[in-house]
Design a protein around this ligand. Structure first.
Ligand code: FES
Length: 110
């Protein structure tokens, strides 16, 4: 299982196989920004500091360009880590939000 670390907070969580970064953070009770979660709004971008990710679903060039990918921008609702990774959030701090986690879990099972 790949390990996800969030810098500079140092939060570290284990991700399941084929789990996206955003899914893994929510499953562990963390949130930072809420967007479409479908690769359409670009709000979930972070900086990938270490490791590699893959996109197992198509990502529109208008949402995440090849140049952004090449320079370390990562779309967390679609990115699945291939290795242990370290990311840095943009603009907002990671927070523990149990109510958001419950809401997200309900959308995944409903
Ligand atoms: S949450 Fe909208 S693109 Fe990721």
């Amino acid at each position: 299982m790949p390990k996800l670390t969030v810098a500079p907070q140092g939060i570290s969580v284990d991700l399941r196989e084929d789990e996206t970064i955003l899914e893994g953070l929510f499953r562990h009770g963390y949130a930072y920004r809420i967007g479409c979660r479908r690769g359409g709004c670009a709000i979930c971008k972070v900086d990938l500091l270490e490791g590699t990710v893959a996109y197992n679903r198509p990502v529109a060039e208008t949402v995440l360009s090849a140049e952004e990918q090449a320079t370390g921008t990562c779309l967390t609702c679609r990115a699945v880590p291939e290795t242990d990774i370290t990311i840095a959030l943009r603009e907002e701090n990671l927070r523990r939000v149990a109510s958001l986690m419950a809401l997200y879990a309900a959308t995944r099972t409903g």
